[in-house]
Design a protein around this ligand. Structure first.
Ligand SMILES: [Zn+2]
Ligand SMILES: [Zn+2]
Length: 555
């Protein structure tokens, strides 16, 4: 067993303990041990042999003994026992929103419910409502949740696909017979929602590699001598394509897709093979196309290639929350984190007064927030700080603060946070009116969608884009992987009308600056280059622009 397999076994024990134990204490010990083992940079066997295992932070007596047994025998009697106590499909109920291990354990113990089908049947028969703490409302919620789980079956957000793919690549790197491995498929194309992870493996010994794959994923199924699929521990399906090194590039291109793009490509390029993808493009006299831009046959026809924006192009950002509204970190913490990321500037924007559920700021609260920003400015030099707000667009299209208050900001992000179900024409008018407010700098998360859980509201997009261009309001690319809003498919239409964009993290904690990475993926997928993104500009230019715009608005 290697460290990943050991960590996986520890995690599984933790899950069973959470099903069965009234307090989380024991489960936490195993979770902590699993994390400690995955993070090891020393060989696990050395660690045990040298006696240092029990001195490793996160490893206790109990967990240490299980780890030793796993390394010695490849099994844990404790885990085997736990597995015997529960039906094999019990964890599939985790896919229902709001269902945690505690609830699942309770339903199993009290009602014998052991999988998704039984959960649905029990809810329909009204049996859940008989349990303490479950009531009719909870029962209906679970029923809706089952339906949702079925609808979103085997669909995942992009970061889950990337993490899974990278983790598996790391483990493949340790297999001697493997010369190279790359992620392909929709993850490589950076599609926002994915169904599986595809990995191309260069090897001259496919049979041995397939043997090795059995230890890396669950339920490995061999389709033919060069294709196999299995399931990662987070339930994502993983496909492996084995290729001799001299054909690696061809298989990478073919499995990256999309199907439409690949067949158009092969039509032009013919059935050549190559070790490198770039060689296939060169041989076919087609300028190289980034994987993000390989969706349709049209992507192949574009004569001029644009160089796509990169994370390193972003010099600063906007749309960052603090503890003054619903953020988890203070002004100083958010600013320090921005400086640590080597951003030159950052724009703080807490919620406005109508968003009371998100701690929206009254004019009074705003004064305090702005005073705190002034206080912290010197501490985070040379970072330049811009004062802003994420102001609600009210149902009638007005902005949540009056002109006098709006004039105190360097920038204003206007966002819809209420009444999503408005008819299309009303929603369009609401947005157009918001765009007419001269203080508005950015339009926040265009449709309010939450991927895999909530559709966005509808509007006449082209009218909104036209007005945004006319008024010089930029449209945000919200990088939160659950939002990625504006949808990349719409960007071309906005761009054609002259709209410019900002890549924003909508960060509610220091960790969420990572959304700049996913935001950049979305911008690349949309075909944008650095010059169309406001926050790639140098700080002086940004400051000057915002100053000028505010001056015009206040007049
Ligand atoms: Zn928002
Ligand atoms: Zn926000």
């Amino acid at each position: 067993m290697d460290k990943w397999e050991v960590a996986r076994a520890l995690d599984e024990i933790a899950k069973y303990l959470e099903l069965s134990e009234p307090n989380r204490f024991k489960a936490l010990a195993f979770e902590r041990a699993a994390r400690a083992i995955s993070a090891l940079d020393r060989d696990l066997r050395d660690l045990v042999a040298s006696g240092d295992l029990h001195k490793t932070p996160g490893i206790g007596d109990r967990t240490g003994a299980v780890i030793e047994e796993l390394l010695r025998s490849g099994r844990s009697r404790y885990l085997d026992e736990l597995r015997k106590q529960y039906p094999p499909a019990i964890f599939e109920m985790l896919r229902v929103p709001g269902m945690g291990l505690k609830k699942i354990g309770l339903l199993y113990q009290k009602l014998g419910i052991s999988n998704l089908d039984e959960l649905e049947a029990a809810a329909r028969a009204g049996r859940l409502a008989t349990l303490r703490g479950f009531g009719a409302k909870t029962q209906q919620k679970i029923l809706d949740g089952v339906e949702k789980a079925r609808r979103h079956e085997s669909r995942f957000l992009l970061p889950a696909g990337i993490d899974t793919g990278e983790l598996i690549r790391q483990r493949l790197a340790a297999v001697n017979e493997i010369e190279n491995a790359e992620i392909s498929g929709s993850v490589r194309r950076r599609l926002e929602v994915i169904r599986n992870v595809n990995i191309v493996v260069a090897t001259r010994q496919p049979r041995r590699v397939i043997k090795a794959l059995e230890k890396i994923v669950d339920r490995l199924e061999v389709i033919d001598e060069s294709t196999a699929k299995g399931v990662a521990s987070n339930q994502i399906e993983v496909w492996f394509y084995l290729a001799p090194p001299e054909q690696f590039g061809s298989v990478l291109l073919r499995t990256t897709g999309s199907d439409e793009f690949v067949s158009a490509f092969l039509e032009r390029a013919g059935k050549r093979t190559a070790a490198k993808e770039e060689d296939l493009f060169r041989l076919a006299r087609i300028p190289y196309i980034d994987p993000e831009r390989r969706e349709t046959a049209d992507d192949l026809r574009l004569k001029k290639r644009r160089s796509l924006v990169e994370l390193a192009d972003l010099r600063g950002t906007f749309h960052v929350h603090t503890t003054f509204s619903d953020g988890r970190h203070t002004v100083l913490e958010m600013l320090t984190a921005a400086r640590d990321r080597e951003l030159e500037y950052v724009g703080l924007s807490d919620h406005s007064k109508t968003a009371y559920y998100a701690g929206g700021l009254t004019v009074e609260g705003l004064r305090e927030q702005q005073a705190e920003i002034e206080r912290q400015r010197p501490a985070v030099k040379p970072l330049r700080v811009f004062k802003g707000t994420e102001a609600d667009i009210l149902p009638d299209g007005s902005i949540d603060y009056d002109a006098e208050t709006l004039a105190t900001f360097d920038f204003v992000i206007a966002s819809v946070h209420s009444k999503f179900a408005m008819p299309k024409d009303e929603m369009t008018e609401r947005l157009l009116r918001a765009l007419d407010n001269p203080f508005v700098t950015f339009l926040g998360h265009l449709t309010g969608r939450l991927l895999l859980s909530r559709d966005g509201y509808t509007m006449e997009f082209d009218r909104v884009f036209e007005r945004a261009a006319e008024r010089g309001v930029m449209i945000e690319i919200n990088g939160n992987p659950r939002r990625l809003d504006i949808d990349w498919r719409l960007v071309g239409r906005a761009l054609d009308r002259g709209v410019r964009f900002g890549i924003h993290p909508d960060a509610h904690s220091i960790h969420e600056y990572a959304a700049l990475i996913s935001g950049t993926w979305a911008a690349r997928k949309a075909g944008l280059s650095a010059k169309e993104i406001f926050n790639t500009k140098p700080v002086e230019e940004v400051a000057e622009y915002l100053e000028r715009r505010r001056g015009q608005a206040a007049r």
